[in-house]
Design a binder for this molecule. Structure first.
Ligand SMILES: C[S@@+](CC[C@H](N)C(=O)[O-])C[C@H]1O[C@@H](n2cnc3c(N)ncnc32)[C@H](O)[C@@H]1O
Length: 376
């Protein structure tokens, strides 16, 4: 490990143990929030090369332009039916999706009035600003970075790819028919796990899910999901919210055999399951319970109208239209390979799901003709 990485790792561990000393203990969600987003030190905040081939993991937006181009054809149909629409992206990573979709929408002659980015990491905001400054002025001038989602009413589209999996999860264990919360203490500068009762509202959240789990079962949940979805859609007067991520419907998520949860860490394209190693230098994520996402969308006053796999969505949206065997063979096979990574079941096609909800917008959304309602 280089000196800089070691310094970040040690400074962050010190910040976390100081926080534990001050509070007595912190929840796993608080630990995950610090490990990922602590200003200047967290995984997403410390200026490391995270996304892409040279980083730790690659997202669909980073594979090439097909993911964004497909979404452009779907978004174009929606944007055409809205007045002065805003396109808002949460957690824009390196800015690649924004870079590609604005050019694709420009080619389709359906640009939004504004493209707003809400990004929690100051470091990634800088990366995005640098990348997006390479766009022509008429596109770049549409982009605005917001501190938080707008409360003022707007018509538009809200989109996020791989953001929910990066929200800090609580870890629970079922013991003697009650739910216990994973808390972290510190002994001799080392983190130690302990189990405590949940605060009432979180215990209630778990009870309301009516999961039938054996004692000893351990998994994750996102108690702040309702608040997050309500916050990002507060200003949405008319339009849609689309969220893409890896995950399952609730029955599969909390399957009796999946009794150690879905938490996974990524470093240099290698997965591991130990969140306490290389703190600040590896990504920590959890799969998404899409039933919870659908419930939160409905609670926020939206109608869920589609849920399917990324593979089916992209095929339905017409991903094949960009593959032309008459093209020079190297560019043709590059696109074929990108498409296969996005849609094949054993690649990203089945693991990733896409869910859409609308508000005051009664038109079908392209891409969801094969909705998997039974899985939610
Ligand atoms: C796994 S990356 C995905 C990046 C990008 N969407 C893509 O497709 O490549 C997660 C992104 O979400 C951001 N993020 C995490 N929590 C957020 C939140 N609460 N609000 C806004 N952005 C958030 C991270 O800083 C990062 O940019």
């Amino acid at each position: 490990m280089s000196d800089t990485l070691l310094q970040i790792n040690q400074a962050l561990q010190h910040r976390i143990t100081s926080e534990i000393k001050q509070k007595g203990a912190i929840s796993f969600a608080q630990f995950m929030a610090m490990a990922l987003y602590e200003p200047g030190l967290g995984y997403y905040s410390a200026g490391l090369n995270k996304l892409g081939k040279d980083g730790d993991f690659i997202t669909s937006s980073e594979l090439g332009t097909l993911f964004a181009r497909c979404h452009a054809t779907v978004f174009a149909e929606v944007l055409r039916k809205l007045s002065s629409p805003t396109l808002m992206e949460l957690g824009a990573g390196t800015g690649q999706f924004c870079f590609d979709i604005l050019q694709a929408l420009d080619a389709l002659q359906v640009l939004p009035e504004k493209y707003c980015i809400v990004e929690i990491s100051a470091d990634l905001q800088r990366v995005q600003q640098q990348k997006l400054s390479q766009l022509p002025d008429h596109l770049n001038s549409k982009i605005h970075w917001l501190e938080r989602p707008p409360e003022k009413e707007f018509e538009g589209i809200i989109f996020a790819n791989e953001v929910i999996d990066a929200l800090p999860v609580e870890i629970f264990k079922k013991a003697e028919n009650k739910y216990l919360r994973l808390m972290l203490g510190s002994e001799n500068q080392q983190l130690s796990e302990k189990w405590q009762p949940f605060p009432e509202h979180m215990a209630q959240y778990l009870t309301d899910m009516q999961l039938d789990l054996a004692n000893g079962y351990r998994s994750e949940f996102l108690p702040q999901l309702d608040a997050w979805i309500s916050a990002i859609t507060t200003g949405l007067k008319k339009g849609m919210l689309m969220l893409v991520d890896y995950g399952y419907g609730r029955r599969t998520y909390y399957h009796p055999q999946r009794n150690t949860g879905t938490l996974v860490c990524q470093r240099r394209h290698q997965a591991n399951f130990n969140p306490y190693q290389d703190i600040g230098l590896q990504d920590i994520t959890a799969f998404v319970d899409f039933t919870a996402v659908a419930e939160s969308m409905e609670l926020a006053g939206l109608n869920v109208t589609g849920y399917t796999t990324q593979g089916d969505f992209l095929l339905d949206a017409g991903i094949n239209q960009w593959l032309n065997p008459a093209d020079e063979y190297s560019s043709y096979y590059k696109l074929v390979s990108e498409m296969k990574q996005l849609v094949l079941p054993e690649e990203m096609g089945e693991k990733f799901k896409t869910i859409v909800a609308v508000k005051n917008f009664n038109y079908p959304i392209k891409g969801y003709s094969n909705s998997r309602w039974k899985e939610l």
